[in-house]
Write a protein that binds this ligand. Structure first.
Ligand code: 5GP
Ligand code: MG
Length: 192
């Protein structure tokens, strides 16, 4: 698996440091919003599958009472290194119909075209949350991503295909602890 790596873009220590920083910011913002008389709930909405590592790191740094409800979206099926358009996978989605008491934080691995965050945001808004914020580990430096409204971004990266820390190629590499690019030979059969 390590032989397939071309470059390490973000190492595990930098990831940890930055996630700690962003968690502090989120805890401040949502903690304040959700405090006081008739305190509101905090609901974390991780977007499966790519966000699992990031969200588990992030929420353990958020000392707030919270619930978790999953949403599953597929945009890069199989051997894709380009978005094929985001779709909700309803069997794996567990969003309550009513989120009227909740401050919601939607969490994803990477912001690319904005298609995924866009459809999840629309889905969450149907449950009428008290507030809605979005958070991504990575954002690609490309016009669509930079123009897309998002509340918290841990890192801006070049517009290249990356894996690790939850991000996959053809289902693999999610367990790599760093954000890396793959050697060209590895993704040679992609997008065929
Ligand atoms: P968007 O819907 O913003 O175009 O893309 C977001 C989704 O596409 C992410 O949740 C992620 O699953 C996938 N994605 C986008 N860029 C990459 C990338 O560079 N590597 C991997 N592995 N997945 C990506
Ligand atoms: Mg994803």
């Amino acid at each position: 698996m390590n032989d397939d790596i071309d470059q390490v873009l973000i190492g595990r220590d930098d990831l940890d440091r930055r996630v700690t920083e962003v968690a502090r910011q989120i805890a401040g913002d949502i903690g304040v919003a959700a405090s006081g008389v008739g305190a509101a709930e905090i609901t974390i909405v991780p977007i499966l599958t790519g966000s699992i590592i990031f969200v588990s790191d992030l929420i353990r740094k958020l000392p707030l009472p919270m619930q978790i409800h999953l949403v599953s979206v597929s945009a890069y099926p199989g051997r894709s290194t380009r978005s094929r358009g985001a779709r909700i996978r309803s069997q794996l989605t567990s969003l309550p119909e009513d989120l009227a008491d909740a401050h919601v934080l939607v969490v994803d691995d990477i912001l690319d075209t904005g298609g995924t965050l866009g459809i999840v945001r629309d889905l969450v808004l149907r449950s009428r949350p008290r507030s809605l914020r979005t958070c991504v580990l990575l954002r690609k430096r490309r016009p669509a991503a930079m123009a897309f409204p998002v509340d918290y971004v841990c890192f801006d990266i070049p517009d290249v295909f990356v894996v690790g820390c939850g991000l996959d190629y053809n289902g693999y590499y999610r367990n790599l602890p760093d954000i890396v690019t793959l050697r060209q030979e590895v993704t040679a059969g992609a997008d065929a």
